[in-house]
Design a protein around this ligand. Structure first.
Ligand code: TRP
Length: 353
């Protein structure tokens, strides 16, 4: 069986380091592993519109931004097809057929949908389109026959729902769709990077993000203002590393080489943590180190982004071409789906019999 990746992001803003460690980095690794026959990376504009119906301009503005962030991280257009969701209308048709295989109460129980309804204060007025986005996400995944979906941990319920739809479809209409597998980063700190304010999630609306496109001074300012252990008031005080954003970021970004390069007083992160726990190590020093580590990781990303910013017409063409490739693939699956559902009326002259 072909090994195929499909994944994507909503274009509602520039991508941040939470996206990076939570999924983008993994995608680049998988892309370069040569284990995959086809890789599709989707800019999920139609899904972004499910809760931004009144702000299509915001979504539009971020198409190119997200594409730039992808290339900046090392998504290679020679190896991966980048495309825009709404340019593949076959996905909408698939969604419509899948809707019949899912109950309202099942979507209501989807934990991600539940949480998002709360965050958006949608309780009393949930847009139907928004409510159905897990179903459309199953269409995205299955249209490309994805076997692997590298995403952030928050997408787990979406993948479960997708698998159920695959199962139901195949049971009702015969073996047609491919079951996907979620791929999460192994490093626990990468699963959910907190915001710089210590809040559980980095999110644009909370204003607690470090963006991949941030300039070095901005990154430094954000890191130096980061939330740490609130009880670590004086340098002598023992500090807590669990739940301390500075250490979670170090868990996510730091490698032993960083100590050799930036802070040879310690040989590894565990040694640094021990000192912090004992007391006698100030937050400022740790933050300066985190800044060195993150600057080293983000610099090549920012530079690649700037390089592509100079080549926007090329990027634009690349996206347009990607949409054509993606559309062809989705159309093939849709044809098979219609066949399995016996709604391919004019494929043969069967209706005449
Ligand atoms: N839900 C994803 C996000 O919020 C975007 C997305 C849409 C997606 N369709 C997908 C991700 C299919 C993986 C597979 O960013």
């Amino acid at each position: 069986m072909k090994q195929i990746i499909l994944t994507g992001d909503r274009p509602t803003g520039r991508l941040h380091v939470g996206h990076y460690v939570g999924s983008l980095k993994e995608r680049v690794k998988l892309q370069n592993s040569k284990r995959f026959d086809e890789i599709y990376i989707m800019i999920a504009d139609a899904q972004a519109l499910t809760d931004n119906a009144e702000h299509p301009e915001k979504v539009r503005q971020n198409i190119m931004q997200v594409a730039l962030d992808y290339l900046a991280c090392g998504i290679d257009p020679e190896k991966s097809t980048i495309f825009v969701q709404s340019m593949v209308p076959e996905l909408t048709e698939l969604t419509f057929y899948y809707m019949n295989l899912v109950t309202v109460s099942r979507v209501q129980r989807n934990p991600t949908v539940k949480a998002e309804i709360q965050q958006r204060n949608f309780e009393a007025s949930i847009p139907v389109g928004f409510f159905c986005y897990p179903i459309s996400q199953a269409a995205d995944i299955t249209a490309f026959r994805a076997t692997a979906v590298p995403v952030g941990e928050d997408q787990l319920p979406m993948l479960e729902q997708c698998k159920e739809i695959v199962h139901k479809f195949n049971t009702v209409y015969g073996e047609t769709l491919t079951e996907p597998e979620i791929i999460l980063p192994e490093n626990a700190a990468c699963l959910r990077l907190p915001g710089i304010d210590g809040k559980a999630k980095m999110s644009k609306s909370l204003g607690n993000c470090i963006y991949l496109s941030d300039e070095p001074e901005t990154i430094k300012k954000k890191i130096m203002s980061m939330f740490t252990d609130p009880n670590h008031l004086r340098i002598e005080d023992p500090g807590k590393v669990e739940g301390n954003p500075v250490f979670i970021y170090l868990d996510a970004f730091c490698r032993p080489e960083h100590f050799t390069e930036f802070w040879s007083d310690y040989s590894c992160l565990d040694e640094l943590k021990d000192h912090y726990r004992r007391g006698g190590l100030g937050d400022v020093k740790v933050k300066r180190f985190l800044n060195d580590v993150m600057q080293a990781e983000l610099q090549p990303i920012r530079e690649r982004r700037k390089m592509w910013e100079q080549r926007l017409p090329e990027l634009y063409e690349l996206l347009e071409e990607g949409c054509k490739v993606a559309r062809k693939k989705a159309a093939e699956t849709l044809q098979e789906v219609r066949h399995s559902m016996k709604i391919d009326y004019f494929e043969d002259r069967n209706l005449l019999k």
